[in-house]
Write a protein that binds this ligand. Structure first.
Ligand SMILES: [Fe+2]
Length: 307
């Protein structure tokens, strides 16, 4: 087998309790030891203390021990020493100093969800009645962790670590700017962007459909307008609908739905993008703070003192 899923992400923040409340509001379920669970993916977010916000760990699921041995050999060729303990490999990405753990993990089974009926010109797909999306009253609860976006001062080097070392595949690229990488059939699970400092840009969480994105963000912003970052819109690369919000530590968290899948590698051709399409297809113009979050200068000042 090979890499097949993104298991979890661990983020370090100075304000653990406040951040934990934020992700509970976001729809994740608190578990023990700082963990939060998603509906389909189980324990997928861990929040731990850190003097400054940072990406602490990404955990990726591999098929078997042969994968682990292959990754170990490939990392060695890049000059990266990994620790292998049975079914689990741990390496440190040299720039961000984030731990990357690859461990033998069973497949993620997501129950197939029937698409809601949408009326279209000439087609009253739902017959007589109101749209299901406006009738929902249950809280929005993300299905799974979709991707993690890492800002790196050397995008190509961090990309090489994930592709040539860990074995992620390239789905699309924006030369000199970003690489969309996958360790599953999702269009991207790890995105590496060029940045003035190594930092965590955002984590992204799958919800059922675009109505759940709207309902979730609307609820998050009720009484907390400062949480808004960018949305509602649709990305061009990956096609997903998005709405970005900001946690109390400054990390962005995205609700997404309808991301492209690559179920047959032979049928996908990575493309090179630039300009506006590299960011989005439609939506409000991205605020400058989406590209360069407001705390980047502070993060740069503290960059020599990672936790
Ligand atoms: Fe995203």
């Amino acid at each position: 087998m090979a890499l097949h899923r993104l298991n979890s992400v661990t983020i370090g923040v100075p304000q653990v309790a406040e951040t934990a409340r934020y992700y509970t509001d976001f729809g994740l379920t608190p578990d023990s030891d700082g963990w939060f669970t998603t509906v389909d993916g189980g324990r997928q977010l861990r929040v731990v203390p850190s003097p400054a916000r940072r990406l602490v760990e990404i955990n990726i699921g591999a098929g078997d021990r042969d994968d682990i041995a292959r990754i170990d050999r490939r990392l060695a060729r890049l000059g990266v020493t990994a620790e292998v303990d049975g079914d689990r490999l741990t390496a440190v990405e040299p720039l961000s100093e984030a731990r990357v753990v690859v461990e033998v993990t069973g497949p993620l089974h997501q129950p197939a969800l029937p698409a809601p009926p949408y009326n279209a010109p000439g087609t009253a797909a739902r017959g007589t009645g109101r749209a299901p999306g406006i009738l929902r009253e249950h809280p929005v609860t993300p299905r799974k962790l979709g991707h993690v976006v890492i800002g790196s001062i050397d995008q190509e080097a961090t990309q090489r670590f994930f592709t040539d070392g860990i074995g992620l595949k390239i789905s699309d690229v924006v030369p000199g700017m970003a690489a969309f990488l996958r360790c599953s059939t999702d269009h991207h699970n790890v995105l590496v962007t060029q940045a003035p400092v190594n930092f965590l840009h955002h984590t992204s969480w799958q919800v059922d459909d675009v109505d759940e994105i709207g309902r979730g963000a609307t609820r998050m912003l009720d009484g907390h307008p400062e949480r808004h970052v960018w949305g509602l819109g649709r990305h061009h690369i990956g096609s997903n609908f998005f709405w970005y919000l900001k946690d109390p530590a400054g990390n962005f968290s995205e609700y997404y739905s309808d991301l492209d899948c690559i179920v047959d590698d032979a049928l996908w051709t990575p493309e090179v993008w630039d300009g506006a399409k590299s960011l989005y297809s439609w939506g409000p113009p991205p605020p400058p703070s989406f590209i360069e979050p407001e705390d980047l200068a502070a993060l740069m000042t503290g960059a020599h003192h990672p936790a």
